[in-house]
Design a protein around this ligand. Structure first.
Ligand SMILES: N[C@H](CCC[C@H](N)C(=O)O)C(=O)O
Length: 273
């Protein structure tokens, strides 16, 4: 199987070309390929496939390092767009509709290594994550081993919990991340973001990802953190989200508007396995 190793600010991917023939391996095979010692190593596997939705040009599939599927991948879709541009099948500065497992997004290649994406509208409806909550709210109390923690909850096509913290270096987060990710109120699990609001234009973020663990960056996590804090009126419509691997710019003008995410996409190497 030929593949392209890529990353979006340190969130790393293997991109496979299944335009002619979709060859989805079993989950355990994906997990074996994700292993950073005995496999290729990646946070997510991304496939490029023919679109199922006739309004879209291409489809991309998303699988985590444990082999589980995901509905969306923000850093990943920028890499898929850059991959398609390098293949010569999409043009720069042109809106292209790509189909993700959770529905269409629109990408625009700004440069060979920089892409902006309309990620759709953040969805705060708890049942759409799914998240067990009686009604939609700007924050929820989650019981974590007897300790109440405050979260925001939003879907970007995949589920996100966002916790505001005063210190991203707090050692307690190492345990809190996986506990929230596996919390029973998120029936399908959740991606857990820890956000530190620097000012109205800047958020620092770390994400413990469902199915992949702590990553250097999470594109949908950046979208989720910006959306939760904007909904609370705590940050501006345009914010820079600084993650361990780099920075993304998120633009969202509130309910009724879609959210745009802009950032880099990098090629690392080509390979065959
Ligand atoms: N790293 C991806 C998110 C993967 C989400 C996956 N962990 C899930 O199960 O939803 C991103 O840049 O958005």
């Amino acid at each position: 199987m030929r593949f392209t190793k890529m990353h979006g600010i340190g969130n790393d991917f293997v991109v496979v070309d299944w335009r002619d023939d979709v060859k989805l391996p079993p989950a355990e095979r994906i997990a074996a390929l994700a292993d950073r010692h005995t496999g290729i190593g990646f946070d997510q596997l991304l496939s490029v496939e023919p679109a199922r939705d006739p309004s879209c040009d291409w489809y991309y599939g998303v699988w985590n390092a444990d082999g589980s599927p995901s509905g969306q991948c923000g850093n990943g879709v920028r890499c898929v767009a850059a991959w398609l541009y390098r293949e010569g099948v999409i043009a720069r500065d042109t809106d292209v509709r790509l189909e993700s497992p959770s529905g269409p997004v629109t990408v625009r290649v700004l440069a060979a290594d920089r892409v902006t994406v309309d990620m759709g509208e953040p969805d705060f409806t708890p049942s759409h994550l799914p998240f067990d909550a009686p009604q939609e709210a700007s924050s929820y109390m989650l019981d974590v081993d007897g300790t109440p923690v405050t979260i925001g909850a939003v879907s970007m096509g995949n589920p996100h919990a966002v916790l505001e913290v005063p210190d991203l270096g707090d050692p307690h987060l190492e345990n809190l991340g996986p506990v929230v990710t596996g919390h029973a109120r998120f029936a399908d699990g959740v991606n857990t973001g820890f956000a530190l609001r620097v000012d109205r234009k800047t958020i620092r973020l770390r994400v413990h990802e469902r199915g992949s663990g702590w990553t250097r960056a999470c594109g949908t996590g950046a979208c989720a953190a910006a959306a939760v804090l904007q909904r609370r009126g705590l940050v501006d419509a345009v914010v820079d989200v600084s993650l361990p691997g780099g920075t993304l710019t998120i633009e969202w003008h509130g309910p009724g508007h879609t959210l745009w995410m802009t950032g880099p996409a990098a090629f690392v190497f080509e390979g065959e396995i």
